[in-house]
Design a protein around this ligand. Structure first.
Ligand code: UD1
Length: 392
């Protein structure tokens, strides 16, 4: 029944049913502007949001729904944490029935998390067309779960929304160009939307952490290869203590990192020295980023946000899915913890770097990607072109 429906197109009277599946912090951020664009079309499009439950702590999930005005999901699958296989499989098992019941014309999956892949596979196996937001990113590092997720998701999708020219050309190289649209990055839309909130919040955030504008380094670190191995984590902390002798450090801690740090029994003095604090909401982290001297991270999204806010970035990874950020040393990749202190301090005291970044071309779009994506999806479904992946 589903297959027949998808091939037929939708007449102008009936509403299109669209399902969006999210579950992890970066997905809430990327989806918020797209959700509001789809909701603007509520007379013609019916949206159901499903939360996989991959992220469940209030500061990893609820706060983003609140700050970004995302409506309550229709359902939370409460998949929770676990190994990659267990987490992906749990989401798939729990998603199948609601997907069958809702009979969406298209399932939208943003990003590259286990939730993304699980939802894409579940829909594809039910012959429901999949729309992938942030398609075509490639780091070339297949040891990262996100690289596996994004490649597989692209290849079982029916329509692909590339955020950058590089991503679009990656899709072309893999023979997926017929399905691809270059729209810009929805995260630029999100930044545009929250910019006024950040303006208002920044003074109180700096006061709360007793920080002075441009006199601190912001740190975020959560990838298993950085925080999973306690020896490597100790080396990173050691480097941050070195940095803190010259510059204040503030380090909002992801739950995985928090549980690894708990095993190290860090003294109160060291915690204060490297500025350890709980995970923060989106407005708060952007306020800290915007006023920082530079950023040390292993996050994908933060590399891009720092570029867009003209903050120099050092990434503790040997590859990136955002090569656009590497131009003019706006972002530098380093892999060894013992080069953190020297690199960060060089970046922090490079007097012209921020100015140089300010003059770089923005490759991530104009902040209106979500409107484009919502329009293309609606037209595509109405045209009858929305079918399970025709390639392969
Ligand atoms: C996931 C994404 C990653 C993204 C990150 C943002 C995958 C493969 N990775 O990684 O791309 O950058 O989200 O955070 O999907 N935990 C909690 N509370 C929570 C969520 C997680 O305590 O609300 C802890 C659990 O111990 C869990 C660990 O954090 O095992 C990791 O969480 P998980 O969602 O599996 O992966 P992330 O590292 O968050």
């Amino acid at each position: 029944m589903l297959i027949q429906q998808h091939g037929q197109g939708t007449d102008h009277m009936s509403k299109i049913r669209v399902m969006l599946v999210v579950g992890a912090r970066p997905q809430f951020i990327k989806s918020a502007p797209l959700i509001s664009e789809i909701l603007r079309r509520h007379r013609r499009v019916e949206l159901s949001i499903i939360h996989s439950g991959q992220h469940y702590d209030p500061e990893m999930s609820e706060i983003f729904f609140h700050q970004l005005h995302i409506p309550r999901p229709m359902m939370n699958l409460e998949a929770g944490s676990g190994s990659h296989a267990r987490q992906t499989a749990t989401i798939m098992k729990r998603l199948e029935k609601p997907m069958l019941q809702a009979e969406p014309c298209v399932v939208i999956v943003p990003g590259d998390t286990n939730t993304t892949l699980a939802a894409a596979l579940t829909a594809a196996k039910l012959n429901i067309p999949v729309a992938h937001i942030e398609a075509g990113l490639r780091s070339g590092d297949m040891t990262m779960p996100e690289e596996i997720n994004r490649r597989l998701t692209d290849h079982c999708s029916s329509i692909l929304f590339a955020p950058t020219k590089t991503a679009n050309s990656n899709l072309r190289k893999e023979g997926l160009n017929e399905l691809a649209y270059l729209t810009g990055d929805t995260m630029v839309d999100t930044l545009r939307i929250v910019s006024a909130l950040v303006d208002r919040a920044q003074k109180s955030i700096l006061e709360r952490f007793r920080l002075t504008e441009r006199e601190y380094v912001l740190v975020t670190m959560h990838r298993p290869f950085n925080v999973g191995d306690l020896d490597r984590l100790c080396e990173i902390l050691h480097a941050l203590r070195d940095v803190s002798r010259r510059l204040r450090v503030v380090f909002p801690v992801h739950p995985r990192t928090r549980s690894r740090l708990a095993q190290l029994k860090i003294t109160k003095q060291s915690r204060d020295q490297i500025g350890l604090t709980d995970p923060l909401g989106y407005v708060e982290i952007l306020s800290l980023l915007r006023n920082a001297k530079c950023l040390l991270t292993d996050s994908g999204g933060m590399q891009k946000e720092s570029f867009l806010l003209h903050i120099p970035c050092v990434t503790l990874r040997s590859t990136t899915e955002w090569p656009e950020t590497l131009v003019s040393k706006a972002n530098q990749l380093i892999s060894k913890p013992d080069s953190i202190a020297t690199t960060l301090l060089n970046v922090a005291y490079d007097r012209t770097l921020r100015q140089r970044i300010k003059h770089l071309k923005n490759p991530f779009g104009d902040g209106h990607a979500s409107a484009r994506i919502a329009r293309i999806i609606e037209e595509w479904v109405r045209s009858g072109e929305a079918r399970p992946n025709r390639l392969g």
